[in-house]
Design a protein around this ligand. Structure first.
Ligand code: ATP
Length: 634
């Protein structure tokens, strides 16, 4: 037996490991299982290339808890180590790694940002939870086994051992204050979190498996007879997850099954998937799923998971995946993502930027091919995916450009146009006198029904744009098109004013009469809510109408949905225009009424009807209106 001192320059490294990584103690298990996995894969490789002339069978990793001895065991059937290798790899290599790690991350900032959990501290992370660690290891080479012990000081012992099985067993003597790591449920939770898709089978205890009923079993064997079971190893992971396979080897059903495996609590099927697979200029595989999304972009708990060679790293992919795609689900696996750096550094990292733009491009390509291959189906899915696409168009210029080919603009009648198609369809009828293309839209079919109807009667096409970020998006579209274009909501003005053409209506009223009419309306409509405008419109159009100017409303919406718009407008009170049609017979009629009281009650009725058309008539006003109307039909 040899005793010795681990070569240290930082004397107090063990207390540091224990104290300093407090919040991330659980990562020790991931580290040790990663080592066990590496050792197993190395042996498989050596056997494959013929260097190790051995029968390796189906090696697995086993995790065991011994509550009586307060030990946790991680056992592998991998390459193992000779005594010399233990000296070299554990006493020197691993230690220098741990040392370097602590040097780098001893500032508290690193701890706060939670980066430590994303960095392999390696073998020595065992001392975060154990007061004593033992290694029993037998190399695949024909040499005696070794037994290494260390009690969390710089001293270790190393001796020969009579172990016969190839591979390594790490024994952790768990600290008194870390006994949660002796709980089966805790270990199972950690294994499922970090190791669910690791490439070597991981056994944790056993389970009962039902035997399939024999086909020729006699019917009369009794109804409540329990099915026969056998005890089998409980393998907690799937070593061959779908993303590690070639897309050509997978069926649609395989992708759906994998989705269920990833999110067992998710009952809704994904809409479609994107298989990522690239090995140059960086390495990345993965599967992204488009879930059904609604306009409600509230907290999403099933997130994209980031793996590094099948080891779970995090489900915080901020900075790696463009923000608009964080609404998707699935897996990204890449050894090339630097995880041991701060998030701000990550965002500036060249490789990460490339990864981010690769993912954006793949998503755009997939959407385009879905659109091209089955437009009908794409249209059906549009409402569930539009938030992602519109958000992407808003935030990523490259995606915006690509989306021109597949972004859809649905009409209130459920027809779907690309921008190009829409433009071709409406340009004759919806270009105003200044040569500007006016795109009309509604945000709510019910509430804006009368405005939609009026616009359609004029042969206008009305879109239905109802995502929460639509005001931001149309602002962007307007400024990015070469041709002059403006989006106008159908209720933002009287239909005759939505698209101003050459032929101005001649007013039936003189300027003086118009002014008088205006004053009469102002006497009834509260000033702080309505701006009265008397205008010469088509005599068949509504006599009175409430509108909200596009600009004001859009700025307000943009402020409310965050960013953009004009400062302070989010809190402005609701202001509406009250457009009075000077050419409607009602205008002359009101002017002709002598008695103020009669005039006012007529105007009140007209105003209430205009409010009713906009869904603005509520409360007492609505009750009074209904009662008044009943009076008239008595
Ligand atoms: N289960 C094992 N079987 C065989 N060798 C092992 C095992 N565990 C550790 N080793 C050896 O010890 C070395 C140091 O391990 P350690 O986990 O500290 O660092 P690492 O795995 O090289 O890097 P990382 O920081 O990514 O974990 C390994 O490179 C390996 O040679």
């Amino acid at each position: 037996m040899s005793k010795g001192n681990i070569n240290v320059s930082v004397e107090n490294i063990f207390p540091l490991i224990k104290k300093f990584l407090y919040s991330d103690h659980e990562i020790f298990l991931r580290e040790l299982i990663s080592n066990a996995t590496d050792a197993t894969l190395k042996l498989k490789h050596l056997a494959r290339i013929g260097e190790a002339k051995i029968e390796i069978g189906n090696p697995q990793i086993e995790v065991k808890v011994n509550k009586d001895n307060k030990t946790l065991h991680i056992i592998d059937q991998g390459v193992g180590m000779t005594q010399d290798e233990v000296k070299k790899y554990i006493n020197e290599v691993a230690f220098s790694g741990a040392e370097e790690f602590l040097e780098k991350y001893k500032d508290s900032e690193a701890k706060e940002t939670g980066i430590i959990g994303h960095f392999g501290l390696g073998f020595y992370s065992a001392f975060m939870v154990a007061k004593k660690v033992e290694i029993f290891t037998k190399s695949w080479k024909d040499e005696p086994a070794a037994h290494w012990t260390c009690e969390g000081t710089t001293e270790f012992s190393l001796e020969e051992h009579n172990r016969k099985d190839r591979g390594t067993e790490i024994v952790l003597h768990i600290n008194e204050d870390e006994e949660e790591f002796l709980e089966e449920s805790k270990i199972r939770e950690l294994l499922t979190k970090y190791n669910k898709f690791m490439p070597v089978p991981i056994k944790f205890g056993t389970k009962e498996k039902e035997l399939p009923k024999a086909e020729d079993a006699p019917e009369a064997s009794g109804e409540d007879e329990k099915p026969k079971t056998v005890t089998v190893d409980d393998i907690i992971n799937n070593p061959d997850p779908a993303w590690t396979k070639q897309p050509t080897d997978l069926e649609e059903e395989d992708y759906k099954n994998f989705y269920r495996e990833l999110y067992p609590m998710q009952f809704e099927e994904p809409l479609f998937h994107i298989h990522l697979n690239v090995d140059y200029p960086f390495n990345l595989t993965g599967i992204l799923y488009f879930p059904k999304l609604t306009n409600d972009m509230s907290v999403q708990k099933d997130k994209i998971q980031l793996y590094q060679n099948q080891v779970f790293v995090t489900d915080n992919v901020e900075g790696i995946v463009p923000e608009f795609l964080t609404m998707l689900r699935g897996v990204i696996d890449s050894p090339d993502i630097p995880l041991n750096v701060s998030r701000s550094y990550l965002q500036a990292d060249g490789a990460v930027k490339k990864i981010s733009s690769y993912i954006t491009r793949k998503v755009a390509d997939k959407l385009k091919s879905l659109f091209n291959n089955d437009r009908e189906d794409f249209e059906k899915k549009w409402n569930d995916i539009k938030v992602v696409i519109e958000y992407g168009m808003l935030t990523e210029d490259k995606f915006y450009d690509k989306a021109q080919k597949f972004a859809l603009y649905p009409s209130v009648d459920n027809k779907f146009y690309t921008y190009e198609e829409l433009e071709a369809k409406i340009k004759d009828n919806q270009t105003d006198k200044d040569d500007k293309l006016v795109i009309l839209y509604a945000s709510n079919k019910e509430e804006q029904h009368s405005n939609i109807k009026a616009a359609q009667d004029k042969g206008y096409e009305v879109l239905l744009l109802d995502s929460p970020i639509v005001s931001h998006l149309i602002q962007k579209i307007e400024s990015s098109k070469e041709q002059k274009v403006s989006f106008v909501r159908v209720d933002s003005d009287h239909v005759d004013n939505l698209i101003k053409k050459e032929d101005e209506q001649v007013s039936k009223l003189s300027d003086e009469e118009k002014e008088k009419l205006k004053e009469s309306y102002e006497a009834v409509a509260p000033k702080e809510k309505y701006t009265v405008q008397v205008e010469a419109l088509d005599s068949n159009s509504a006599p009175v109408m409430i509108t909200q100017p596009e600009f004001m409303r859009r700025m307000k919406e943009m402020q409310q949905t965050g960013g953009g718009g004009m400062f302070g407008m989010g809190n402005m009170p609701e202001m509406h225009n009250l457009v009075v049609n000077a050419n409607h017979p009602l205008a002359s009629e009101i002017l002709g009424i002598e008695k103020d009281e009669d005039k006012q009650s007529k105007i009140k009725q007209a105003l209430d009807l205009a409010k009713l058309a906009q869904g603005l008539l509520k409360g007492e006003d609505l009750t009074n209106f209904v009662n008044r109307s009943f009076e008239t039909i008595k």
